[in-house]
Design a protein around this ligand. Structure first.
Ligand SMILES: Nc1ncnc2c1ncn2[C@@H]1O[C@H](COP(=O)(O)OP(=O)(O)OP(=O)(O)O)[C@@H](O)[C@H]1O
Ligand SMILES: [Mg+2]
Length: 248
């Protein structure tokens, strides 16, 4: 579905991505874990075409998006659904208008059909009767769920989640995990999750990829990662200050 090949990116003399290689299988949930500043968000921005690499390629359904023109990229990225860390809702739009954002220009749907999708999508994330509210009136957990409802409404083939559980209490985080599992269960949907929440990574992933010093140093199933012998990966998943990873 997506193949990242030898991706390099530097800012001035700071090498952030130093040859990232990763295959994201269709229909699976792939989670990229890594410490703060390891380049997760930079990698995320490359996959959605917001950043261009210094070298390397990203193939989405066989096409290299790093070589695409603006308009080709736009068509490709339209297949993506994105749940940003903050939720990235439009503050001045109601919850309902936010949920409908990805489908509002669809010619095959009238207002009633769109209203039905808004209601159905909000119900799926356990929120009803809030379509009229503004984002400012919601808690952090509700905003994340609205952002997921927006993705559900759009029915994209590829969904990217950036730190979906960060900053939530454990129960709300688990509810978001369950939602990610639910929307990703459809074999037509490929999910990519970026996180440093290991509870979440173990629960939702088919495959976990570990980003460290600009490279994917290990990939495996949750069970394989849990049992890794790699000292760097062990330090990260166990959350220890002592170990080969130097804190800067
Ligand atoms: N536009 C930019 N210009 C210059 N440096 C950047 C830019 N974007 C990211 N960086 C640098 O790239 C490195 C990786 O940043 P990135 O945001 O990808 O980290 P991260 O893994 O997402 O961390 P966190 O878990 O804290 O969100 C950082 O050192 C950051 O300063
Ligand atoms: Mg980040």
């Amino acid at each position: 579905m997506i193949e990242i090949r030898d991706l390099h990116k530097s800012f001035a003399d700071k090498k952030v991505l130093r040859g990232v290689n990763l295959i994201i299988e269709p229909g699976q949930t792939t989670t990229i874990i890594g410490g703060s500043g390891s380049g997760k968000s930079v990698l995320f921005k490359h996959v959605i075409g917001l950043m261009k690499p210094d070298s390397g390629s990203i193939f989405v359904e066989g096409e290299d998006i790093t070589k695409m023109s603006e308009s080709e990229l736009y068509r490709m990225v339209d297949k993506f659904g994105m749940v940003f860390q903050s939720g990235a809702l439009f503050d001045s739009l109601s919850v309902g208008a936010n949920v409908a954002f990805g489908i509002k220009n669809r010619k095959d749907m009238d207002a009633a059909a769109i209203d039905l999708i808004i209601e159905r999508s909000l119900n799926q994330v356990g929120l009803s009767d809030i379509a009229q509210l503004l984002p400012a009136e919601l808690s952090g957990g509700m905003k994340k769920r609205v952002a997921i409802a927006r993705v559900i409404a759009k029915e994209p083939a590829i969904i990217m989640f950036d730190e979906p559980t960060t900053g939530l209490d454990p129960i709300m985080a688990d509810m978001i995990n369950e939602l990610i599992i639910k929307v990703s269960a459809d074999p037509a949907i490929t999910s990519i999750v970026i996180t440093h929440d290991m509870i979440s990574a173990y629960k939702i992933s088919d495959k976990i990829a570990v980003l460290f010093e600009g490279e994917i140093i290990e990939t495996g199933s949750p069970e394989e990662i849990r049992n890794t012998k790699n000292a760097v990966v062990r330090q990260f998943i166990e959350g220890k200050a002592e170990g080969p990873i130097k804190i800067r």
